[in-house]
Design a protein around this ligand. Structure first.
Ligand code: ZN
Length: 83
């Protein structure tokens, strides 16, 4: 078992869950501000990779991380956007 410690980047993993779709569920990295906005506005969120999906469900633990999000996330500067 590994513990994934996220640095101070203003994102969190979130997941797609498209019922009826056989696409594997994955974690995408989504900016927390986007998630909050989505919760309030009822809009979809945009993951780092550009994937757009509603924040309604969470992927199961152990779901794979979107490789595109992971690559982008790893290249983010620490501390997020800053000012
Ligand atoms: Zn992604």
């Amino acid at each position: 078992m590994s513990t994934q410690t996220l640095p101070e980047v203003d994102v969190r993993p979130d997941g797609t869950d498209q019922s009826g779709d056989d696409t594997p569920k994955m974690f995408h990295y989504v900016r927390k501000a986007k998630i909050a906005e989505s919760a309030v506005m009822g809009t979809h969120v945009v993951a780092l990779c550009g994937e757009v999906f509603p924040v309604t469900r969470s992927p199961k633990p152990g779901s794979p991380v979107c490789p595109d999000c992971k690559k982008i996330y790893e290249n983010l500067p620490p501390g997020g956007d800053g000012d």
